[in-house]
Write a protein that binds this ligand. Sequence first.
Ligand SMILES: [Cu+2]
Length: 442
Amino acid sequence: MQLPVLFTLGLATSFASLSTAHTVFTTLFVNDVNQGDGTCVRMSKQGNVSTHPIASGINSPDMACGRDGQETVAFTCPAPAGSKLTLEFRMWADASKPGSIDPSHVGPMAVYLKRVSNIKTDAAAGPGWFKIWDEGYDAAAKKWATEKLIAQDGLLSIELPSGLPTGYYLARHEIITIQNVTNDKVDPQFYVGCAQLFIQGSSTSESTSIPLDKLVSIPGHVQATDPGLTLNPYKDDLTTYQTVGPSIFFPAPSSNINTNTAGGRGTNAKTQQSTAQTQTDGLIPPTCLLKNANWCAAEVPSYTTEAGCWAAGEDCYAQLDVCYKTAPPTGSKGCRVWEEDKCAVIQAACQSGNFQGPPRKGEKLGAAAGGGGDGVDQPVPGGKVPPAAVNAGAEGQGQQAGSTPTPTKVSTTPTAVSASAAPKKTSKCGGRRRERRQRRRV
Ligand SMILES: [Cu+2]
């Protein structure tokens, strides 16, 4: 019996699993439920640069959702308005080594939202973004936002405003690290990425608008000369640090905001008005047996003959090939489960003359079934517990003017920039840049 040629495709190396160690947003949790590595997440497809800062400059479209961030991913995660999102950041996208962000990196963090009418085709770059949270330097704790992130195992939890209208959104994180900023050279690094969300709100009202001064275009929301980008974290007074970008807008339930007509999207208002009340795009199909990032396995055709058995095997391996080829830098654990628990089992059955199948028909595989794959309901890996939301109790913030967190002077020691606290100044990315290639998956 000749093996179908596709049977070898599962062995194709996934080059996407290469990575280096700065930081990357890999995994979304909604109300503490892990959506799976890479699921609903736009990240760089190139493993070797997936954790790098964007390289194309402050005016590049990559500023919106990062490298490859203009491209949609298949799945969009449902999240009720007011729910808690947790973003996991890793130094190694596939978690092959621990760490959330290179500890030499210091700077502010922010989360932005943008409503879109079509999650597949609307541009991430451009107008419509507003900021729901940010943090720079906490003078009382003497910690940068990035240092707090490390202390939380790379997990950032943020409450969504409950006053958001129902619809599709991009949720964008922004980490700006300024460890390389000196008086001679201003070289802030931008780490950005997006999650695709369907926010189930309490209204679709179009009656009010986001204040224009809180809506921004990305790129364009920050300038290279902004004080928050030019501060030298080892010399300047950190207590006066000001975050960059617009002030925060965090609509309360009653505000009935309209995320569409302001900020230059007026011409799309009609289209967006027809946005469905229920999610139709990007749903994980109920027939999904196993998930890897934004790929899902479907059951192979049932069979009762030898020819049917081999055909089912081909179907299985063809799906597997797509899984490996589309696996993002977070890895291909789910593909491997599909390969071992389904395709190889069918192949063995065909070879041994068992032509009744498929085996474990319709059964969920991997984590969703208690196994080791990247399933829909996988618990938090490594025993990590999503922390409390950093903006808990922020409801309604931004309804009044001047909601931007103002720097606080501490009454004790003036700044944290004592000689002893000043970290060794290092090269490009803190001197810890490692171009380590991970072994090929076979
Ligand atoms: Cu870096």
